[in-house]
Design a protein around this ligand. Structure first.
Ligand SMILES: [Zn+2]
Length: 79
């Protein structure tokens, strides 16, 4: 479940801000893409395999104002 992954990454300071290299402090507006892009036209196969999630990541460190709305949040997780 990606919401849990994001929460854990932030809680463990693994979500990295690309600007200041600090750990991202918070996120908002999490949405499951499968829900948001469903058009109800019956073309369900189009959405298979592309289901993901989108979230706004907010650095929140000192004077850094980095913020990004992305579906590629996993790129910022430092493992
Ligand atoms: Zn930052």
């Amino acid at each position: 479940m990606s919401l849990q992954i994001i929460k854990d990454a932030i809680a463990q300071n693994k979500m990295r801000c690309p600007t200041c290299k600090g750990s991202v402090q918070k996120f908002e507006k999490y949405v499951e893409m499968a829900d948001s892009i469903w058009d109800g036209a019956g073309d369900s196969s189009r959405n298979m395999g592309t289901a993901g999630s989108k979230v706004t990541l907010i650095c929140g460190n000192g004077s850094c104002d980095w913020k990004e709305r992305t579906e590629f949040w996993n790129n910022y997780i430092d493992d």
